[in-house]
Every structure is written in C-alpha cells, then in structure tokens.
Design a protein around this ligand. Structure first.
Ligand SMILES: [Zn+2]
Length: 326
C-alpha cells in the first residue's frame, strides 16, 4: 500500500511526508485516534516509507522495506508495552541505543505503541531525547488515550489525528481487503466506520448471530404481555450482557437517526429500523440505565425486563419514565 492510497488520509500523509523530507518538521509525530481508526497502520506505513530506498515510498520490495516488514530492520525500534506500564528502564535502554550510529546510515526510527502506558518517569526520561535527539532519530508515538501523556510530551510532537472513516470509505477499505461488497457495507455500518472494529466483527463468528437475536428480541416487544417472551431469548446468555447492550446502543442510535429523518449507520437495515416501534431515545436511556444497574449488582434478567417495561411505558405515553435516581 502507498501512503496516497490510505483511504481518507492519503493527501494528509503525502503532505506530511513531503514536510519530513524537506526537514520542515519536528522529529516526533503523535498519532492519536480511537481503536480501529487506522493510526497504527498509518504510523507503520509512514515509518516504512522513511527507511525505504525506492523512489516511490514505501515500495514494499526493497531490502530495507523487507527488513522493516519482518521486524528485523536494525534501525527501527518498536516499543510495544506488554505490561500495564512502560517503565523508565526501557526508555533508558532505548536512549542508549539511539546514541549509536544507525547501521544503515539513515536515521533511527522509534515507534512507541500505546504511548500512554509510559510511566510519568519514563515520559520525563523521553522528554529530553524528544527535545534534542542524538543523531537524526524520528519518533512515532501512537495512542488512543492522549490524556495519559504529559502535556510536555504532547507539545514536542506534531499531532496527527485520526477519526473513524465514513461508513462508505470504511466499506471501501474492507472491499480492498477482499471482503464482498454487500458484506463490507454491512460490517462498516455495524462498526460505525471503524475498519479495525469491522474486521473484528468479521472474524467473530458468533457476533452476527448474537446481534440478530438482540434485534429480534427488540422487535418482539409489543406490550406488557410480550416483555417476558421478548426478554427470554437474551436472559440466558451469561457474560454477553456488555455485547448485547452495545448492540442495543447502536440500534438505539440508528433508531434515533431514522426517527429524525437522518441516515442510519446500519443502512443495510434501514427498512427494519423504520418498522421498529421502539423510541430510539428511550432505548438509549434504557441501555445506559441497564449498564448502571449491572454495575451495582442488579441481575441481567432484572435489568433487561426493567428496561423492556420502561420501553412499553414510553410507547404508551410518548414520554420516557426512566428514573436516574434508582
Ligand atoms: Zn522500499
């Protein structure tokens, strides 16, 4: 893949690469974005382009690219925290290694994944190196929780922000990875434009079946007499409460979209969403309340039936009766 082919960010990346090559940029880039937004893939592609010896970077076939891709390039250091924190010792080892001349005569490339896991003392140790790196080191810090970084670290980096793609762009990326277009569109909608999440759902054989059961349960909800039957299908699934509530939350957001005339994420289910009689906003509130109840040891069947009875009430009065003080 070329930088320019990175859907949604190609132009931005090409521009950034030109700045790096012209020496117009600080030597630390901070890639920030939610899980699955492509920031790590992009950072790796960018780092690979910096070691590549071809004119069209990254070529993927030159010796430097090959060493990068199989993790044996001597001038590329990747710190990937295995534990809860990345300690000061590991950063000191890194700094020592950077004092040596790069083997291939280019520059040292340092990638720190989950950079927020660096302990405060590790971050302070890194700070001096970020200010005045020995030689020509280039740093890539990658995080989905930038709040865990010291402001002094952030201010020394050029931040590159990643959001989720549009559902259409996300589907395009999935198709380019060999997923059939119809399925790609469906996965992209369920993942709300997150390529990483879409690939997770694709790989999880049970997710689609669970989703179908959750939506069928919501569709079976008609009146008070239907609550027990509708809930029965979901009450037995131990340990899947969180996933079921996530599925309901996305369904609620799409109901709200459809009910206000907007386009839902899950456009493949547009007709089904239009037929659903549940008020989207009430369902969203119900999901939030159920999460709180589960957190305070209410059993899942109780939380679920409670939510369903509230939804029936909402249907009758048009107003939600959920209480936040319970
Ligand atoms: Zn190359």
């Amino acid at each position: 893949m070329k930088l320019s082919e990175f859907v949604g960010y190609g132009d931005k990346m090409e521009q950034l690469m030109r700045s790096v090559q012209a020496g117009r940029i600080v030597h630390a880039l901070l890639f920030v974005g939610p899980h699955g937004s492509g920031k790590r893939t992009m950072a790796r592609l960018f780092a690979q382009a910096m070691v590549c010896s071809a004119a069209q970077k990254p070529c993927g076939v030159c010796p430097a690219c090959k060493r990068f891709l199989n993790g044996t390039h001597p001038d590329v250091k990747v710190l990937r925290p295995e534990k809860k924190t990345l300690g000061v010792e590991e950063i000191r080892d890194l700094i020592d290694a950077l004092a040596l001349r790069p083997y291939e005569g280019g520059r040292h490339i340092v990638m720190i994944e989950q950079a927020e896991k660096m302990s405060p003392s590790a971050q302070n140790a890194l700070l001096k190196t970020l200010e005045s790196p020995s030689g020509d080191a280039m740093f890539f810090l990658i995080t989905d929780a930038p709040g865990g970084l010291l402001s002094t670290i952030v201010s020394r980096c050029q931040t590159v922000r990643f959001g989720d793609l549009s559902v259409e762009d996300c589907a395009g990326v999935l198709v380019s990875r060999g997923i059939e277009p119809g399925r790609a569109a469906q996965l992209a909608g369920m993942a709300q434009g997150s390529v990483g999440r879409a690939l997770e759902i694709d790989a999880d054989g049970d997710y689609l079946a669970l989703r179908e059961r959750v939506i069928a349960s919501l569709e079976a909800l008609k009146d008070a007499a239907s609550v027990a039957g509708a809930a029965a299908g979901l009450e037995e699934d131990k340990g899947l409460e969180g996933s079921m509530l996530d599925i309901m939350e996305l369904w609620a957001r799409d109901l709200m979209a459809v009910q206000s005339g907007a386009k839902p994420y899950q456009s493949a289910d547009a007709e089904r969403l239009a037929r659903c009689k549940i008020d989207g906003k009430a369902l969203l509130k119900g999901v939030l309340l159920a999460r709180m109840q589960l957190g305070s040891n209410v059993s899942w069947p109780n939380a679920l039936e409670n939510m369903y009875f509230n939804l029936i009430d909402t249907g009758k009065t048009g107003r939600t009766k959920l209480s936040w003080q319970r």
